[in-house]
Design a binder for this molecule. Structure first.
Ligand code: SF4
Length: 71
C-alpha cells in the first residue's frame, strides 16, 4: 500500500524520513540523509515534491520479501 500525505510529500515514503516531536504535540520531519550528505537539509522544506535522495520504503520491503522467499 502506498501512503500519500500531501502536506509532507515524498518524504513520508522515504527510508531516510524520521519523525520527532515535542511535549506540546508538534511533529517535526527529519531527513536522516542530512547527517552524512550536505546536499540535504536536516529539516526538509515540505511538501517535498522531488528529491535526489528519495528511496521508496516499499522497495526495501519488497527486497526483504524477495530475500525471504529465496531462503
Ligand atoms: S532523502 Fe529526500 S525524500 Fe528522503 S527524507 Fe530526505 S529530503 Fe525527504
Amino acid at each position: 500500500m502506498t501512503l500519500y500525505v500531501p502536506r509532507i510529500g515524498l518524504c513520508v515514503r522515504c527510508v531516510h524520513h524520521r519523525v520527532t516531536g515535542n511535549r506540546r504535540g508538534s511533529q517535526f520531519h527529519l531527513c536522516g540523509l542530512a547527517s552524512t550528505d550536505a546536499r540535504f537539509r536536516k529539516y526538509p522544506r515540505l511538501p517535498m515534491l522531488r528529491c535526489e535522495g528519495f528511496q521508496d520504503v516499499e522497495d526495501l520491503t519488497e527486497q526483504g520479501r524477495d530475500e525471504e522467499s529465496d531462503e
